[in-house]
Structures are given as structure tokens and as C-alpha cells.
Design a protein. Sequence first.
Length: 285
Amino acid sequence: MIVTRFAPSPNGPLHLGHAYSAIVAHDLAREAGGRFLLRIEDIDGARSRPQLADEFRRDLEWLGLEWEEVPAQSTRLDSYEAAARRLMDEGLLYRCTCTRAEIQALEPRIGPEGLVYPGTCKGRHVDLTRTSALRLDMTRALERVGDLFWEDAAAGVVAADPREFGDVVLVRKDAPASYHLAATLDDAADGVTLVTRGTDLFFASHIHRLLQELLNLPVPTWHHHKLLLDEDGEKLAKSRRSGELGFGIADMRTGGKDGRALADSLRMGEMPCGITLSRFPHGDA
């Protein structure tokens, strides 16, 4: 059975990009007689606003979507801690006290997620009185697993190559897990068989495939869908306040618009004014 999920973080209102992503995941599950899950990713420290989760539910209902809700991330902290402890015991994690400013000062190379950590804290004594993150020793991890592959609906079979990310953070200084660790563990726990998300997260799947192998987790397939772009050609994003710039779902809902009609338009590729749909970077999707 196909199981998909929509996993928003309650740190800002949903926008049209979220609506499109939820619709894609919902429809792929429904067309196959599968299950569509809602998971609230609420471990983003002070940025999380619990009241937004109810807004998200109202938004999805307004769009005409039906879902099963699974436990929020804040109820899963023990699983993140256990996974991190296991990787630490196996010598695959190390503590890092470096700040972003300290990393930038070293002029590191740029990878798919921005600055690539140069391994400053690897193999050295770390002052335990300073707040630290836990990083994955990418070299050791890759030596452990050998060649890995994952499958995307548009790109086909992809050779996993997470080395471009360097030693990624798996446990943040300000949160019990990074996106990479939490999402990978949660998808496995929820029985997700088809991970649907935007093409902006395509490269993150290289890391998630590695974590699945290291933690002996089931391997899903992926469906990276196109992104909605604003009039400047930028993806809709909470960081750009897209939910507050005329593309917010809650504002459309409370403003009396027809959510089901909007959902049908997005399904047909009929974008609202000022919005375009990106192309998939590895072949059209």
C-alpha cells in the first residue's frame, strides 16, 4: 500500500506552495487506494507556534483533503535520542561547538545546503561546557555502507552521493534533531512508502538514504514535485514571508475563496496570478 505524508512545521502560515505539496501527496495516495498522513513537525524551538497546527488542519479541510494524523515530532524525542546515541556509540558522530560565523571565517566550500563544514572539531577535544551539535562523520559513514541508490519518480534510479554535504548536523544545538534525522526516522516510524516533497529537497534525499542504511530503516521511493515560484522566480517560502504576501492559505480561506476550486486549479496546473510552476531539474515531472 502506498503511504504518503504532508509534514508542515508550525513556524509560519501555509502558502500556496504548501497547498500544492499537500495536494500532490494526497492525490498520489488516493489514486492508489493508499493512505495520506499529516504529521506536525514541531521541534523547531521558539519558532514553533502550536496554535498554527489547528490552522493547518482548517486549511487542508478547506482544500477538500482528507488525512490520517500521526503523532507530532514533539512526541518522538526518545527515538531521536536513541538513534543519535547508537550512531555515537558506533563512532559515526562527533561533537561540534563551531558557530556559523566561525565556519564562515574559514571560507569553506559551498554545497547543496550552503556552507560545507570543514571538519574543524573532528578528532579534537571539545569543551563540554560549550553548547555543541552532533555531526555525522561522512567519511566513516560512507566507508560503512558502500554504494547506495534511491529511486525518484522523475529522475529514476539515483546513486546516493551525500559527500557533497560534508559532515552534516544530525542533532542541532537548539533542537533535539536536525531535519535530516527527524524526517528519516519519522517516515520509517509512520510507514511512509512514497516520500513526496519539492525539488528543493532533492539533494537531501542523498543524506536520508545514507541514514536509512546506517540505522537499518526501510527504504521508500521518492516523488520530488515541481515548485511554485513567485513573480521574481523565487520559490514560495516561509523565510520570504510568502504566507503574508498574498499567497497565504488562511487568508484565502477566511477571505471567502473556494478552496476546492483552488485545489482543482492547482491540479490542472492553472496557477494563480503571479505564480509559475518550475521545471524538474533532472527531467520533467
